[in-house]
Design a protein around this ligand. Structure first.
Ligand code: SAH
Length: 252
């Protein structure tokens, strides 16, 4: 008898932002599959097998999960944030499409989670309160030219932007090039938010103008929010402010 697969977003880090639905499926699972930092967030218990794996092994991991479900296991495939935002959900469906035709008939459900951009925006105020887009700065699975094209198009169209995967050891220069491209199109005063490890004990939020933004302010646990010309700042204290997008906007 076949089991099931639940593709679960664990949220940005704190237990409070793990949804009750996600928690319920994790309690019913027999197996947890995912990138090791996410699997380590699932508490061990008798009867639960953890299958942590390395980064960039998404398809192998997805096929493993599908084979286990086919063999009758109850499999949680976990991602940080939301599994559909640069997470495991796409990898599982790629594996279904290219794998055993019987996999398409398996009991699969995607359980939404709170993505990093929502948690980061909440900390800053409401910088994504108007139209925005979400981009991954990683050029592992897409050409860098295409990313620059999308960045320029988003800046020209006036979208706020949430930049995931801004830097890594293997991609040290991309974020500075992205800032240069944006500086050519947007005023230097546009606020940029560096939201690091949001909802984790080492959380850090920094707001600076685009003219001062640099890759050295980010690491792989940082989400970078590029605001717009319409974004407003309200001083909370001498070194802290709220950042919000007004509800109405005109064409500049
Ligand atoms: N599926 C995840 C994103 C995975 S891509 C989600 O929906 O949030 C990994 C990137 O997400 C990181 O490089 C970072 O840019 C961002 N990220 C994930 N968790 C974060 C957190 N707690 N604080 C800030 N950024 C985070």
């Amino acid at each position: 008898m076949a089991g099931w697969i639940r593709i679960i977003g664990l949220g940005p880090g704190s237990d409070g932002l793990l949804t009750p639905d996600a928690l319920r499926w994790l309690e019913l699972a027999t197996d947890v599959v995912g990138y090791h930092p996410y699997v380590s967030r699932v508490p061990a218990r008798p009867g639960l097998s953890l299958h942590p794996s390395d980064n960039r092994e998404e398809l192998v991991r997805a096929r493993h999960a599908l084979s286990m479900a086919q063999a009758g296991r109850y499999v949680a495939v976990v991602s940080g944030g939301d599994a559909g935002v640069f997470g495991m959900a796409s990898a599982v469906f790629e594996a279904v499409e290219s794998g055993d035709p019987a996999w398409a008939g398996l009991d699969i459900e995607v359980v939404p989670g709170i993505s990093a951009c929502l948690a980061a925006a909440a900390r800053a105020g409401a910088p994504l309160g108007h139209d925005f887009c979400v981009l991954s700065l990683s050029d592992n699975l897409k050409p860098w030219d295409l990313l620059l094209h999308r960045l320029r198009a988003a800046a020209e169209a006036g979208f706020a932007m949430a930049l995931y995967n801004p830097v890594s050891a293997a991609r040290p220069w991309q974020l500075d090039e992205a800032f240069d491209v944006l500086r050519a199109l947007l005023p230097g005063e546009v606020p940029v938010i560096f939201a690091r490890a949001v909802t984790r004990p080492d959380e850090k939020l920094l707001v600076c103008p685009l003219r001062e933004a640099k890759a050295a302010l980010a690491d792989m646990r940082t989400l970078v929010l590029i605001c717009t010309e319409a974004t407003r700042l309200i001083a909370k204290s001498s070194d802290e402010c709220w950042v919000y997008a007004p509800r109405s906007v005109t064409r500049s």
